[in-house]
Ligand binder design. Sequence first.
Ligand code: HEM
Length: 151
Amino acid sequence: MEQAPLHPNPLRLPVHPRIDEALIERLVRAFYGRVARDPELGPIFAAALGESWEPHLQKMFAFWSSVTLMTGRYKGKPVPAHQRLSGVAPHHFEIWLGLFRETAEALCEPEVAEIFVVRAERIAESLQLALFYRPGLSPAFGAASPGESSR
Ligand code: HEM
């Protein structure tokens, strides 16, 4: 059996020739349009962003450009940005990923949609570990099991 290479993209080349900044912008705008209308996610974003979505969208273009085009345009720190939010729970990540998949599949050819979705899922996983995982608590991510005292 062939082994996967240790570094999947050693030269830091764009991960797919059909991904460019224009596609990223269309995807991000369409996705956050859906997020804003979602009854669970909409209020979380509204509380954090108020009316000013544009700076967030610009940041997200840079983020996806770094992830898929290897441009290094994104310089932020996603973990503290999400730790500051109140009321985010694991099921919100399922909604987020569902909307992201729907948008990517609507706007991109299947192979390209899969690239975005797989990366979003990986990043969501590591964000959730940072936000909810507490060693010693139950696998329900930070929900203390009955009888366990809070620390
Ligand atoms: C439950 C799921 C999520 C919620 C509710 C959420 C919410 C938010 C909000 C409200 C902001 C703006 C924070 C601010 O400017 O004060 C933000 C920023 C951001 N989010 Fe998320 N997010 C979620 C999942 C994700 C996922 C899965 C990714 C990546 C695939 C992601 C990537 C980012 C990035 C890169 C920023 C910009 C951070 C910065 O540099 O300021 N988010 N998110």
